[in-house]
Design a protein around this ligand. Sequence first.
Ligand code: GLC
Length: 550
Amino acid sequence: MSAESWWKSAVVYQIYPRSFADSNGDGVGDLRGILAKLDYLQHLGVDVLWLSPVYKSPQDDNGYDISDYEDIDPVFGTLADIDELISAVHARGMRLVMDLVVNHSSDEHPWFLESRASRDNPKRDWYWWRPARDGFEPGAPGAEPTNWRAYFSGSAWEFDSTTGEYFLHQFTRRQPDLNWENPDVRRAVYDMMNRWIERGVDGFRMDVINLLSKTEPFTDGHMYFAMANGPRMHEFLQEMNRQVLAGKGLITVGEMPGVTVEQAEHYTDPARHELNMVFTFEHMHLDAVPGEPKWSPRPLPLVELKANLAKWQTGIVNGWNSLYWNNHDQPRSVSRWGNDREYRVQSAKAWATVLHLMRGTPYVYQGEEIGMTNFPFTSFEQFRDVESLNWIAEARAKGVDDPTIMNSLRARSRDNSRTPMQWDDSRHAGFTTGDPWITVNPNHAKVNAAAAVADPESVFHHYRRLIELRHTMPIVVAGDFQLLVAEDPKLFAYLRTSDDERMLVVANMSNVEVRFAVPDDFSGGEVLVGTLSETLAPWQSYALYASAHG
Ligand code: GLC
């Protein structure tokens, strides 16, 4: 593997700064809080830290609404703090990735303030302005230019009375979409990215990046399909690559809702000079009722999940996969797909085993490595996330009853993963000395980093081992993937093979015992992680290694 593709044997750790560690007692996590936890992250063994946005922001969507791309929000610290953090991360041999949110800005960004000021402002064309629908009074009900719904409820168009036109926002009304057709917008973004690279950052996680190129003309229909992977997407990414990324040994991962294997292969094929890898969503939608939004949960069909992952494992050939179960937009996987009651530790380990030994770059979301769970929400007042709050309003307006809404939020709200990192069993889990911006999970007395680090059988030490295997075993990085027992509704098993090595990964993803006969050619193999037995206890998992010639 060339030095240029160092990220193929790396593990990325995502920090949601607001909820990670608070150094100054204001109840919100910050950069100096992260600085104080680098020893912990180094002990875990991760290579790259990805920070969710810390730029200046009105925080309508917790920082995914940026009003100054080149400054730090005071709630997180200062530019001097980020410089210190970058140096400290580098001094430990780790790398730092920033979140790049350029499909949209905040409505408080000076670009947008100018753009909305008048129809002939030089920045008018930096965003998407459209007149009212023909025959409608601007601002009147139904006058929106198209029928598109925003990802976070309501119309994707907001009327602006200053100029009597509408602007497009695929997320909240405070996140207007930037117009990437305009070369000045692209130039401004590339210059900003280059300045962050000069500051020392090692790459970018690119927020909803496949929404940048829009398909025109805008017509009624389903926005999600009209807007993803537009006609100039590859051109924009190749231009960004030439202007910013090429030859710098960075890591890039593009978040891409609605992306298919074929498209992802194009986005990540190194010969095309676009991105290193993408985040797909297909596997995240399998536990929703088909055709329904995420708020209609159903039990995870394991057979479908395995088939989907196998399709990505074998379908990405020249490109590269990212691997994840968790992030700041998803509920906690141990509650979602594991058993966070009697088998919390075992099921967290089982999901980790099957994820980390696939082909691709694994992402660990803060708290996942200690088996943090969903939050036991009991009242609507406990929610902070704009998506959840908008959903409550929309569902109530549609006449959905409160208990049904609460069930969907408990299963799916993004706030499940945004409660504070649980460091120890003290008040507020050691996250803050003040009042946390969102409640700490009451289970922190038991589920916390201090306890996990001290216990060699913990989820934490299982993650350490898996990360170590990626660093030391070429087969984990490079081996081919082959799914086993595809139709088994309880077992998740696969092979990794190369010319001279083989690895077998087996996990019982259920609450009952299951048998799996170890193939003969693995007899006498070396157990890399977990415990080997032919009758697997609930959520038992292991990996077995053998050289190809016995
Ligand atoms: C991405 C982010 C999410 C954010 C949205 C809009 O999906 O991960 O947190 O709300 O984009 O920026």
